[in-house]
Design a protein around this ligand. Structure first.
Ligand SMILES: Cc1cc2nc3c(=O)[nH]c(=O)nc-3n(C[C@H](O)[C@H](O)[C@H](O)COP(=O)(O)OP(=O)(O)OC[C@H]3O[C@@H](n4cnc5c(N)ncnc54)[C@H](O)[C@@H]3O)c2cc1C
Ligand code: SF4
Length: 491
């Protein structure tokens, strides 16, 4: 710790966002980063506590607190305070291969666990991380570094989301020959075709995958394993296969009128907009459009928020987000003490934008769709919303949301279902003869499936999660694959 009283002397300061009304005019990232000097002072706020929960990644009550990657946060905070940016970068990269992703999209469980957070002013860990990596790129410190020697072992990675990229990077660094199979036309998984461009500029993903290619990782795009590429060809042609296919089965809403035209899953919608943006600057007309429409987003979570923000940028008439659960409290409840993840109301960028444009928060809690209404041509014209109330199931202790009997009708021309995911897609499981658990996740023992040489990691194994967990799983699975191939691992 370079500055003993830094947390007393300097206030928490984070980057300013472009005002909502201005930023909805385009799909660009909208945070104006602090200067290097200002970021150094933010580094000085870290006390290097005796028990730094920020880097623990422990699960409290099923929620993570602290960084799952065990980033050595107090060390690099100290280094940036001292202006030793390159050393800070080396320290950061030793645990997190892609801080440019987490620095933009991680919900920062590290900050929830920061001791300064006890006074609601945690160290700005995520932005410090972002500054370290972007400084690294600007100064030319991030450049291709192919492994000095090859092991002669070949590994196929299926899926190029954060778990696949992380595993491929570690395995390649170890000297294995890595080929990444990706069914989509661009690498990145949900980083590319899920998270919108305003949260994570797609050039940031390209910048990284180009370096990986120069380091020797081969990407085979447009290649659907289990359909166009036979599972047996991979199992026979490689020394190990690692499945990183995500949990892309969307949870549906089976209510009357579901077949109406104008109802789409969130990722189908979001990915179409990003693809059109990248292919043609949105001129090809191929994306589902919210222009001039009344939009209902089903799901009040992060994915629903991304849909809200995207619909606003497309020029929707109005947008409402329906959420089944009750609104969380604005402050921590008594049974949700630090350093647990704070289960409090958070207003995300899309909701902020909706409030600025339409004068109210788009979220409606304790609400679900009971029925979709269509016109004579089968087009969506509205929804019937049913109100819910929480009730504890005496048998399980779980809180169930029960209809109150109150309902109302709302007009809608576009519905986006952002109600979560139910696990691995069935054709992948069938192609590899995989065992799934009751939540559709691939069953593994230390990342190894019950088929020798076949491994799985990321959302396909863990269920829908976070980028930081996908990176962690990719690294750990790479070590398991390496041990299988070499009899030991130094990853
Ligand atoms: C809309 C949305 C927004 C999100 N925002 C955030 C956020 O802000 N912060 C955060 O931390 N997390 C966020 N998440 C969650 C996060 O993106 C995921 O947890 C993470 O991407 C999972 O990584 P993964 O590598 O396991 O899978 P994915 O990212 O889903 O990647 C899987 C890849 O495998 C490919 N694939 C699948 N099957 C095959 C096959 N048979 N052959 C070839 N390729 C195949 C897919 O095309 C895809 O590219 C978000 C999720 C969604 C849906
Ligand atoms: S990866 Fe996420 S949890 Fe870990 S230090 Fe970065 S922002 Fe915090």
């Amino acid at each position: 710790m370079g500055k003993i009283d830094g947390f007393l002397e300097y206030e928490r300061k984070v980057s300013a966002a472009v005002p909502p009304r201005e930023r909805v005019e385009n799909y660009n990232e909208f945070h104006r980063m602090l200067s290097q000097k200002e970021q150094q002072l933010q580094g000085a706020r870290c006390m290097n506590c005796g028990v730094p929960f920020c880097q623990s990644g422990y699960l409290f009550g099923g929620m993570v607190s602290g960084c799952p990657l065990h980033n050595m946060i107090p060390e690099w905070n100290d280094l940036i305070f001292k202006g030793k940016w390159e050393l800070a970068l080396r320290r950061l990269l030793s645990t997190n291969r892609f801080p440019e992703f987490t620095g933009r999209v991680c919900p920062a469980p590290c900050e929830a666990a920061c001791t300064c957070g006890l006074q609601n002013a945690s160290v700005s860990i995520r932005e410090n991380e972002y500054s370290i990596i972007e400084n690294g790129y600007q100064n030319g410190w991030i450049c291709p570094a192919p492994p000095p020697a090859r092991t002669g072992k070949k590994v196929a990675v299926v899926g190029s989301g954060p778990s696949g990229l992380s595993a491929a990077d570690w395995l390649n660094k170890r000297g294995h020959e890595v080929t990444v199979y990706e069914r989509s036309d661009r690498p990145g998984g949900l980083l590319m075709y899920g998270i919108p461009n305003m949260k994570l500029d797609k050039a940031v993903i390209r910048r990284r995958t180009e370096i990986m290619e120069q380091e020797g990782v081969r990407f085979v795009l447009g290649s659907d394993v289990g359909r166009e590429v036979a599972a047996d060809d991979l199992l026979d042609g490689y020394d190990a296969v690692l499945l990183c296919c995500g949990a892309s089965n969307p949870r549906d809403l089976n209510v009357p009128g579901r077949d109406a035209q104008g109802i789409h899953f969130a990722v189908e919608y979001l990915s179409g907009v990003t693809k059109s943006l990248l292919d043609s600057e949105l001129t090809d007309g191929k994306a589902i459009s919210a222009r001039g429409k009344s939009v209902v987003v089903i799901g009040g979570g992060d994915t629903g928020n991304d849909c809200t923000a995207t619909a606003i940028r497309q020029g929707c008439k109005e947008v409402v987000q329906l959420e089944m659960m009750s609104a969380p409290p604005t402050d921590r409840a008594a049974d949700n003490a630090w350093p647990e993840w704070p289960r409090v109301l958070k207003t995300d960028y899309g909701q902020e934008e909706a409030s600025a444009l339409f004068g109210q928060d788009p979220r409606r809690y304790q609400s679900t769709v009971k029925e979709f209404l269509k016109d004579e041509q089968g087009r969506l014209r509205g929804v019937i919303v049913s109100l819910l109330t929480p009730q504890t199931d005496p048998a399980t202790g779980r809180v169930l949301m029960i209809p109150t009997g109150e309902e109302y009708e709302m007009s809608a021309d576009l519905v986006l279902i952002a109600a979560g995911f139910t696990g691995c897609q069935s054709y992948v499981a069938e192609a590899f003869d995989l065992l799934l658990d009751e939540r559709g996740r691939v069953r593994t023992e230390k990342f190894q499936t019950d088929i020798p040489g076949l491994f799985a990691c990321g959302d396909i194994r863990r269920g829908q999660s976070l980028v930081v967990w996908a990176l962690k799983e990719g690294g750990d699975a790479a070590a398991a694959v390496d041990e299988y191939l070499m009899g030991y691992t130094n990853l």
